[in-house]
Structure formats: structure tokens, C-alpha cells
Design a binder for this molecule. Structure first.
Ligand SMILES: [Fe+2]
Length: 296
């Protein structure tokens, strides 16, 4: 079997107040390319699985999906998750051409699953766990022209010169996770600064392109105080949404004006050397803004 290719697509935030969070991001520099809301938006009529999804985009094909709890309309694994984590980043989604092939491949690779392979009218998919238990949703769109978010250009559309860059996954064993994403998902290491299992690795998928798909997955050990706190409590998890900016100082200031809380003002980061700032969006999500980056 030919190894499937995996493409970074969105991260999903489970949120009890998605409208508030939506507004926080809109005040900063985002837009809403798609919005599914209501009990009539059924993903699967058989299981009565519906949706309350708000998609947020910022000049990148990598997007945020806000998902509200709608117990009657959600999958069991989602209901279980909401019981213990009322809000937070729940999974990263990767697109594939054939989800069943991917399911078999990940099973063979020894992955556990939060949800097994299922076929729905708009997509086929499942939710697996990576080497350290972080949830990875795999989707094959069957209705790409009508389901999910319209095509988003990688082009600044704000004064902040801001673009969504990718998710940050905090790891226990950076080397082992790097190997997993390389060997199982086919990603390439594009930047790495790791010493004694402390550091950061940028990983890119096969669709990476500096001009229209400048997206990377960051594997990292906790660096800022809020990451350390939750890592101690929960272990490996998806901690932060990373952005690139042509003007970090300005993007940071505009985030403050949108009521984001400063964690760390723009300064050279010890791991990357790049000008970087961290903030917390008013509903709790961590944001990293770093200066422009591209893979060699
Ligand atoms: Fe998702």
C-alpha cells in the first residue's frame, strides 16, 4: 500500500462560548469563511450528529474551528471530552485522499483511536492518537465544493500583516514524536533546535509551499509559564496557536487593543532567535506571534 500523504488543515477548539471567542478573534485580525449552526446542520442523520461550527481564518489555509457543545448532536468521544475539558484545543485535523487507507496505516503503526473510521455524507474520517496521545483527526472530504471552508488565500488582509502559521504540540519526548510525524505522517523536519530533550521542531507536510501554504506543525517542550502549568497537569497537549507576522510589534499591540492579555512582549526567542510574543485571548487560548519564517 502506498503511504498516504497528510496535510495540516485546522485545529479544533471546543468552547462553551464560541460566539464570544469568535468576536475576540474578529476584533484582532480574523474573518469567518464559514459558519454552520443549528440542529438542522446534520453531519449524519442516522446518528443525529450535528454541528455548531464557526471557522476562523487569517490569511492561511490553516484555520480554527470553534465547536460548541451540543450534547444531543455530538459524537460520544466529544461528549466524553467535554465532561472533563469544558474548553480548549481538542485536536488537529489532517486531510488525506483516502481515509480508510490512512486508518489501516495508522492501525498498523500501532495508533490508538478516539473514534474509529466512519463514513458520513460530507466526509469519511476518524480520530487517532499520536505517540503521546494527542488527538489527530483524519478527514477525506467527499463534498469539498460544499462542505467546510472555502479556499483561503495566503495573503495579508490586515494591518497586522498576520497569518495563521500552525499548531504547537507540547511533547514529552521530542525525538520520538519527531520520528512519529516523519515516519507515520510523512512530515519533514524544517527547523530544529533541541538540546537534552528541550527545544522546538518545525515540521512541514508535502503540500508546504512558501507562497501559498507556509504552514508548520511545531513540536515543542513547554517554554512559557502557562504551557508549563498545563503540561504538568495534563501531560502532552496542543497548547498554542502560532502566527507569523510582518510586524510583530504592531500585531502584538493590536492584540492588546482587542483585550488579549500579554504573557510576553515581543523579544528574541531563546529557541528560534526570532522576534516572538505570547498572548492569551480573553477566553483562554494561547497565541504565539513570531516574525516571518520560511523553510529552506
Ligand atoms: Fe476537526
Amino acid at each position: 500500500m502506498k503511504k498516504p500523504s497528510y496535510f495540516i488543515e485546522h485545529l479544533c477548539i471546543y468552547d462553551t462560548k464560541p460566539r464570544d471567542t469568535m468576536w475576540n478573534f474578529l476584533k484582532w485580525a480574523h474573518s469567518i469563511p464559514q459558519y454552520y449552526w443549528g440542529e438542522d446542520v446534520l453531519i449524519s442523520e442516522d446518528e443525529n450528529v450535528g454541528a455548531d461550527y464557526t471557522f476562523l481564518a487569517c490569511a492561511s489555509k490553516f484555520t480554527i474551528q470553534l465547536e460548541a457543545p451540543m450534547p444531543r448532536l455530538q459524537f460520544q468521544y466529544e461528549r466524553d471530552w467535554f465532561e472533563t475539558h469544558p474548553r480548549g484545543i481538542n485536536h488537529i485535523c489532517y486531510l488525506v485522499d483516502n481515509a480508510l487507507n490512512s486508518y489501516n496505516q495508522l492501525k498498523e503503526a500501532g495508533c490508538e483511536f478516539a473514534q474509529h473510521y466512519t463514513e458520513f455524507p460530507p466526509y469519511n474520517g476518524f480520530v487517532a492518537k499520536d505517540l503521546e496521545g494527542v488527538w489527530i483527526e483524519i478527514m477525506e472530504y467527499k463534498m469539498p465544493e460544499t462542505f467546510k471552508v472555502p479556499y483561503i488565500e495566503q495573503r495579508y488582509h490586515s494591518f497586522e500583516k498576520l497569518r495563521m502559521f500552525g499548531p504547537v504540540v507540547l511533547c514529552k519526548d521530542l525525538g520520538a514524536q519527531e520520528k512519529f510525524y516523519q515516519e507515520v505522517l510523512g512530515f519533514k523536519t524544517a527547523f530544529k533546535n533541541v538540546r537534552d530533550n528541550h527545544g522546538v521542531i518545525y515540521m512541514i507536510d508535502k503540500r508546504y509551499n512558501v507562497d501559498n501554504n507556509n504552514i508548520a506543525l511545531q513540536l515543542k517542550t513547554p517554554c512559557i509559564a502557562p504551557e508549563k502549568k498545563f503540561f504538568e497537569k495534563y501531560g502532552p497537549y496542543i497548547s498554542t496557536i502560532s502566527y507569523l507576522s510582518g510586524d510583530v510589534e504592531f500585531a502584538y499591540k493590536r492584540a492588546l487593543r482587542a483585550d488579549f492579555e500579554s504573557i510576553s512582549a515581543p523579544a528574541p526567542d531563546e529557541l528560534t532567535g526570532a522576534m516572538t510574543a505570547w498572548l492569551r485571548e480573553p477566553n483562554g487560548n494561547l497565541i504565539e506571534i513570531r516574525e516571518e519564517w520560511k523553510a529552506d
